[in-house]
Design a binder for this molecule. Sequence first.
Ligand code: ATP
Length: 360
Amino acid sequence: MSLSRITIGSFRNISSASLNPSDGLNLIYGQNGSGKTSILEAIYFLGMGRSFRSHLSQRVINNDDDKLTLFANLIQDENDCKIGLRRHRNGEIEVKINGEKVKRLSTLAETLPIQVITPESFSLLFEGPKARRQFIDWGAFHSDPHFYQAWVNVRKVLKQRNQLLRNHSPYSQIQFWDKELVRYAEQVTDIRNRYVDSLNELLKGIIERFLPQVDIKVSFTRGWDSKTDFSQLLENQYSRDVAAGNTGSGPHKADLRLRVGNLPVQDALSRGQLKLLVCALRIAQGKLLKQQLNKNSIYLVDDLPSELDAQHRQLLLQQLTETGAQIFVTAIDPLAIVDSLSRPPDRMFHVEQGLVTVIE
Ligand SMILES: Nc1ncnc2c1ncn2[C@@H]1O[C@H](COP(=O)(O)OP(=O)(O)OP(=O)(O)O)[C@@H](O)[C@H]1O
C-alpha cells in the first residue's frame, strides 16, 4: 500500500503543493521552518483527521485561508483509492473515499494506517499511560474488527457511570452500568492482551538488533489487578469512586509496561536508546499489521538524524526499508540520510518557504 499522489492545499505554510512520491523511501529536505514537517503532518491528517503536533486542528489551516484541502491517491493491491478531506476553520470536516462521503474518521484510519516517528516520539515512554494506551489501541483497532465498537461501548458506559458517581447515586443504580462495563472491559482487554502478546514476539528480534545486550521486557497491564474480579472491585471501590467523582480502575487505565530488569526503561536507557526503543515499537507494529492483514503502514519519520549516531541512523533506515513500506523521511541536510543508505533514496523533494520541488 502506498500513496502515489498527494495534493496539499492551505496547510500550515504550504499554500499549494502536489507530490508524486515513490512507493519506497522518500526524502524531504529543506531549511528550518521550510515546511518539511508540515508535509508529514498533512499526510497524517489525511489518515487520522487530526494533527500529530497540535490538538487544535484549526492551527494547521493556512493563516490566509478558512479551510484546508487534502487529497491522495492510494494504491492498494493494484487498486486505486481516492481519499479527500476538507477541514473548515469552524470545525466542519468533510471526508470522501472514492467520491463517497465518510461519516466516521475511524474509516480513514482503517484505510490509511500510519506510523509516526518524530523527535518527540520518545515521550511515549515518559508521559502518562494515555499515549501508551493509544499505541496499544492503534494495533488492537487494526488487528481486530470488534475492538472499535467494544472500546466505544466502554467509553459510553464509563461516561454514564461517572455521571451517576458525581450525582452521588446509590450503588443499586450504578450496578446496571457495572455489568455492562465488565462485559465490554473484558472484550477490550482480551483484544489488547492478544495484541501485545503478538507484538512482543516480533519486538524481541527488532530490539535485539537496535539494542543488543539490553534485556527489555514489555508487558500489558489491564487497568486493574488481574487477580481481582472486576465486578467485585467496582463494588468495593464504590465509596472511593463517589468521593473522586470518577471510576478509579478499569480498561481506561490500561498501560504498556517497559522495563530493563526492575527499572522502568526511562531510568535505565539514554535518550538515544529510548528513541531507538520507540522506533522498534513502531516498526514492530507495522510488521505485525503486514503479517496479520497483509497491509503495509506508511511511515512518517521527522528529523531522523536528531540524536541518533551514524551507525544507528543506518540501522534504523535499514529496518524501515526492509519492511517494504512507503517511507517519508525529513532532514535539514540530505547528506545525513543519503550517507546512511546503501543506495540513493527512491525520490527526493526539496522544500523552501512552503514550495515543494522534486529533485530529478
Ligand atoms: N497556520 C499556519 N499558516 C501559515 N504558516 C504556518 C502555520 N502554522 C505554522 N506555519 C509556519 O510554517 C512553517 C513550516 O513549519 P514546519 O514545522 O513544517 O517546518 P520544518 O521544515 O519542519 O522545520 P524544522 O526543520 O525547524 O522542524 C513555519 O515557519 C511556521 O511558522
